[in-house]
Design a protein around this ligand. Structure first.
Ligand code: FAD
Length: 477
């Protein structure tokens, strides 16, 4: 049986371009090479230009475009705002980029049922602003919130610091409208917070990186805003002590709404870019947020204070004003861009280990940093064991150029040995597809591939992503 990989070696046929324009109108496409160029990048900093960019305005247009692409075997890559870090929205096989930026409306805010219905191109920040006007928030809080879209959040199962208490995107979407690779429209989930009717396709599509279906509408579950919040910090003379504190915090009932970790190298970066007073000799810092009703917040602070109190603790601090708390969070948010300035080619991974394995991970990373002579800076969502591992890779240093990838291989090997997972929030995309087999057993990965073929039989949706090179669509025509 012949095997083909969806590719677009000859560019788009004039007839296909004309068919697409007849669906969306010429004002909703880009075909000029220069204009298309800018839709070929994402935050992985890699680039492949698409042949055409299409801006659909409704579900019917998305469906008709999929039908044309399926009939003509044209690759189609969905795009929110291109903030993902794994090359997930780069059109590796050329073809079409389908940008959802003109499907950006909030369709309904139903406060009686704590529900918001949105189109996929609305940004996370716009959802938060609209929800806050009614006393609610949408729990997924990626640091990129002001720029990234709900469609992108769904496709990557995004989450931020507050996932430790509120969970990830998958826990805050009730249902979806989506278009399959064939152009068929499906509706998943329900408008209610409980429903056990058929397979849970909503959670299958969440995190599927635009490879199974294109999300055209989402029913979001809102959460009431807490009455009160407090930001705390704790510093330690050893990583082990900080990790013990994390385990103790997570084992008591006053679960924080954020629990962030920085290792000594991350603290050094903060010192360079910030005037926050951090004593010498500190090996680890925890930033903690608690939230709840006004009359329980002091109890929560006290519970965290008790959990973090141990011989190697240096300091426990409660931010005294909103301004001080804001400055602490600003420092945390500035870390990633500051590292990018220091090392524009840095490799940034978001591995996860069971919380009790954090010290073993940090010690192991320190050993790898010494072995490969590559600085590694670690920080992230300690309450979930989700650590951002940054290999500060200098493209001018020949030795580091040669050893960065082998060092990364060892990082992933270490994470899996510690019973962890390769990605907590960024996903696989193109950048990590060669590593997926290390975590997912062959039979399970084959089942995922068979599922992909049910949703997208011709293989037009985001080809070349998640699955390693050898996974190809069988051409039965
Ligand atoms: C400074 C910075 C901080 C970040 N912080 C976080 C963080 O704290 N937590 C976190 O999880 N991520 C974080 N990210 C990564 C990124 O913001 C998220 O992955 C985000 O969800 C991507 O949204 P987007 O709209 O930019 O989507 P894109 O990057 O455009 O696309 C991401 C994926 O979604 C698919 N897609 C987009 N729209 C649709 C749709 N409608 N239907 C089907 N598939 C679709 C694309 O094909 C692609 O596979 C950060 C990125 C940056 C640059």
């Amino acid at each position: 049986m012949p095997v083909t990989h969806i590719s677009n070696e000859n560019g788009l046929k004039k007839s296909s371009i004309a068919s697409i324009i007849s669906v969306v109108g010429s004002e909703n496409v880009l075909t000029d090479k220069t204009n298309c160029w800018v839709y070929g990048y994402d935050n992985s900093r890699k680039h492949t230009a698409p042949d055409m960019v299409v801006f659909p305005e409704n579900k019917t247009e998305v469906s008709n475009i999929c039908k044309i692409c399926s009939a003509n075997k044209i690759p189609l890559t969905a795009r929110g705002r291109g903030t993902n870090t794994t090359g997930a929205s780069i059109p590796k096989a050329g073809g079409l980029v389908l940008s959802f930026e003109r499907m950006n409306r909030i369709l309904k805010i139903d406060t009686g049922n704590s529900v918001m219905v949105v189109q996929p191109g609305v940004t996370n920040g716009e959802v938060q602003t609209a929800a806050a006007e009614h006393g609610f928030f949408w729990a997924p809080d990626p640091t990129s919130g002001n720029y990234c879209t709900v469609g992108g959040n769904i496709a990557t199962n995004a989450a931020g610091p507050r996932a430790v208490k509120y969970g990830t995107t998958s826990e805050h979407v009730l249902g979806l409208h989506a278009i399959l690779g064939t152009g068929e429209a499906i509706k998943t989930g329900a408008y209610t917070t409980k429903s056990v009717v058929g397979y849970d396709l909503t959670r299958l599509i969440i995190g599927s990186e635009g490879t199974l279906a294109l999300v055209t509408e989402a029913i979001l579950k809102l959460t009431p805003l807490p009455e009160s919040r407090a930001t705390l910090s704790a510093t330690f003379k050893s990583t082990q002590a900080a990790a013990n504190a994390v385990t103790k915090i997570m084992a008591q009932p006053k679960i924080p709404s954020a629990l962030e970790f920085m290792d000594s190298s991350a603290i050094e970066i903060v010192r360079q870019y910030n005037d926050l007073p951090i004593a010498d000799g500190i090996k680890a810092l925890l930033m903690i947020e608690v939230d709840g009703s006004k009359n329980t917040i002091d109890e929560s602070i006290e519970a965290i204070k008790t959990a973090t109190s141990m011989p190697d603790q240096v300091n426990f601090h409660i931010a005294r004003s909103e301004q001080e708390a804001g400055k602490l969070w600003q420092m945390r948010k500035a870390l990633s861009p500051a590292l990018r300035k220091l090392a524009p080619n840095k490799i940034n991974e978001d591995v996860v280990v069971p919380v009790s394995m954090i010290p073993a991970l940090i010690n192991g990373l320190e050993a790898l940093s010494n072995q490969f002579n590559i600085p590694i800076v670690n920080f992230g969502h300690a309450g979930n064991g989700n650590i951002h591992v940054n290999l500060l890779f200098d493209s001018q240093n020949k030795q580091q150029v040669e050893t960065a990838r082998p060092c990364l291989d060892k990082v992933f090997e270490l994470v899996l040995k510690l019973n962890g997972s390769l990605s907590g929030e960024h996903g696989i995309g193109y950048e990590k597809r060669d590593y997926i087999k290390q975590e997912i057993p062959g039979v399970t990965l084959d089942l995922m591939w068979r599922l992909k073929q049910q949703f997208d039989p011709v293989g037009i949706l985001n080809p070349g992503k998640i699955f390693p090179e050898e996974f190809k669509i069988t051409d039965t025509s």
